[in-house]
Design a protein around this ligand. Structure first.
Ligand SMILES: *[C@@H]1O[C@H](CO)[C@@H](O)[C@H](O)[C@H]1NC(C)=O
Length: 167
């Protein structure tokens, strides 16, 4: 007779092994994956990160989840985070020809742009008067290239006319 037909052959052992692997697989699947950007691993646990607009005042413990508190009035955090404090909004300094095009809030940063008649220059990381760029041509080609290369900064195409517009 074939060996497989005998009792205590390799088949029961294989079945037992199969059952063991199945059980292990179930265990792995039940363990929560801590790969989401809304979670972090701490003390062998998978805990909640803080939502945008809040910072983490305490990490989770073995018995409690993370403690999240809202950012202050001039602060923000735009990601799910484990930060122990919020980021301060940047200043759009009018003395440097900057103006806020988006004031920002607890979940989004403030965005500055050059005022009318100025364009963003990557060389100085500052706003330059359009006339300095192309005398007699205003905000023509060379300035436009410099503006587009720097996201979040722009100048109006026609100096002194109209209100600032995002590129
Ligand atoms: C915060 O500002 C962003 C960007 O302007 C906007 O999308 C969002 O709706 C604002 N959130 C609140 C709560 O006002």
């Amino acid at each position: 007779m074939a060996p497989r037909a005998r009792r205590r052959g390799p088949l029961p052992a294989l079945l037992a092994l199969c059952a063991l692997f199945t059980a292990l697989q179930v265990t792995f699947q039940v363990t929560p994956p801590c790969t989401s950007d809304r979670h972090y691993q701490h003390l062998g646990r998978c805990c909640n990160r803080c939502e945008p607009g809040k910072y983490m005042s305490s990490k989770c413990t073995t018995t409690s989840d993370s403690v999240c508190l809202p950012c202050g009035p001039d602060e923000y955090l735009d990601t799910w985070n484990e930060e122990d404090k919020c980021l301060l909004h940047k200043v759009c300094d009018t003395g440097k020809a900057l103006v806020a095009v988006d004031p920002g809030n607890r979940t989004a940063p403030r965005r500055c742009a050059c005022t009318a008649g100025y364009h963003w220059s990557q060389d100085c990381e500052c706003c330059r008067r359009n006339a300095e760029c192309a005398p007699g041509f205003g905000a023509q080609h060379p300035c436009t290239v410099a503006e587009r290369a720097h996201r979040g900064h722009y100048s109006t195409a026609t100096p002194g006319k109209g209100s600032p517009r995002q590129l």
